[in-house]
Design a protein around this ligand. Structure first.
Ligand code: SF4
Length: 246
């Protein structure tokens, strides 16, 4: 059976504790490799996303990537980037990671939100680009970056700042809150495209970035394999890990 996307949630625990995290359960729970192997046996996916919790807390993260790479045309890893270093980036690339998404919820409030050091995370991201050229920053809408600083909410300033460094950007909705994006109001740009899942591509000042929203648009097209069971809707997974979608 062909499906759009495999989401392999390798573990629930995380070295950050972001207040807006959709995944409220943070106990040490790890997806057995065998469960992932069994779930994808005989299936093909257009994409696979390997994610946590924080996948890089697992010494054998590469093994999850290898299984995903055998089943999917494109494999991405989503990480907070705190534990990324060149050795790991090289190993992950060799295992099959083609895209790296580093979650950065705010520049101004990064330490308060995550407890980590922004400069270190950005340096890790930069080092990883040597081995995984397709690197992007995932910016999740949240109560900090949606606040206006000098008239413009930080999230719009972040988009421009990151894009100017040559790194990609995807804006991810906060599924627990009701924030609305208004790109044309704050950025000089326009929507270029919207796919069948509602994923939008925007252009500003010659750069393109993505806007991922409407997680339930993917219902039935995803296989979500996690330490707490397998799901075909994001809501099913959220219910299992204590998140209330709005
Ligand atoms: S880094 Fe991601 S998984 Fe970890 S607490 Fe923050 S939002 Fe949740």
């Amino acid at each position: 059976m062909n499906q759009f996307r495999l989401r392999a949630i390798t573990n629930l625990h995380c070295n950050c504790n972001c207040q807006f995290c959709y995944q409220k359960r943070k106990e040490v729970a790890v997806l057995p490799l065998e469960n992932l192997r069994n779930a994808v046996a005989g299936r093909r996916f257009a994409r696979a996303s390997v994610m946590g919790g924080e996948t890089l807390l697992l010494k054998n993260a590469e093994e999850y990537v290898r299984i995903a790479a055998d089943a999917a045309a494109t494999v991405g890893l989503t990480t907070n980037g705190v534990l990324m270093d060149p050795v790991r980036a090289k190993g992950l690339a060799k295992a099959g990671v083609q895209e790296l998404a580093v979650s950065v919820p705010s520049f101004a409030m990064y330490r308060e939100i995550t407890g980590a050091d922004l400069h270190k995370t950005l340096a890790n991201l930069e080092a990883a680009r040597r081995y995984i050229p397709n690197v992007r920053v995932n910016i999740t809408q949240n109560m900090y970056n949606m606040q206006a600083a000098c008239g413009t909410p930080e999230i719009y300033l972040m988009i421009r700042e990151v894009l100017q460094t040559g790194v990609g950007v995807v804006i991810c909705e906060d599924i627990t809150a009701g924030f609305e994006m208004d790109f044309p109001r704050y950025l000089d740009g326009a929507k270029l495209a919207k796919n069948e899942f509602g994923f939008e591509t925007w252009e500003i000042e010659g750069y393109t970035f993505g806007f991922f929203h409407g997680a339930d648009n993917y219902d039935g097209t995803d296989l979500i394999v996690t330490p707490v069971g397998n799901f075909d809707t994001w809501k099913g997974y959220c219910d299992a890990v204590g998140c209330e979608m709005r």
